[in-house]
Unconditional design. Structure first.
Length: 174
């Protein structure tokens, strides 16, 4: 995948609006979003396009401004396991903050999407410059951890009908 490099300072009105809707940037004012000087790589992704694979060695936090993305893992036999589906206005690949990447995972657009990528150094600088972004990221990670713990508990302790009911409820909530 080839990303187009842009600077936030030259983003148009729509780009700034989309960034303001991203969960970790919610605490920032419009002016703070406009003056934030991180280099980010922005691209449009077509439906069905896989834009991250385990072969990508980048330490990247992805910002999903518009669309939906499926994070999945694949077995050597070609079977796929969906780890998460993320929607507009959130981030994924947050393991970059721990020095890891989307280990053994793929990212595929479920629908046409607008995705930005921020390298680890830019994410760290943004958190140091705007601690409220870091707090939002901590809250997001805590919610995701709780969701994964619930899924693991369901798989280990519940019968199939109860697991299906919980999965349907989770999908409806998302």
């Amino acid at each position: 995948m080839v990303y187009r490099e842009r600077n936030v300072a030259v983003f148009g009105e729509e780009q700034i609006r989309l960034l303001s809707l991203v969960d970790i940037f919610e605490p920032l004012s419009r002016e703070e979003i406009e003056v934030t000087q991180w280099k980010n790589l922005n691209t449009s992704v077509e439906e069905g396009e896989t834009f991250y694979t385990p072969m990508d060695l980048c330490e990247t936090l992805f910002v999903l401004q518009k669309g939906r993305v499926r994070i999945y893992r694949a077995t050597p036999e070609g079977r796929e396991f969906t780890v998460a589906v993320v929607g507009s206005g959130t981030v994924f690949g947050e393991m970059v903050l721990t020095g890891q990447r989307l280990r053994d995972s793929y990212a595929q657009a479920i629908e046409e999407s607008e995705v930005s990528a921020m390298c680890r150094a830019d994410v760290e600088r943004l958190i140091l410059d705007r601690p409220r972004v870091g707090l939002q990221l901590v809250h997001l990670l805590s919610e995701r951890l709780a969701t994964h713990e619930t899924r693991m508990e369901d798989m280990a302790l519940r019968e199939v009908p109860a697991r299906l009911a919980n999965l349907i409820l989770l999908l409806v909530e998302n």
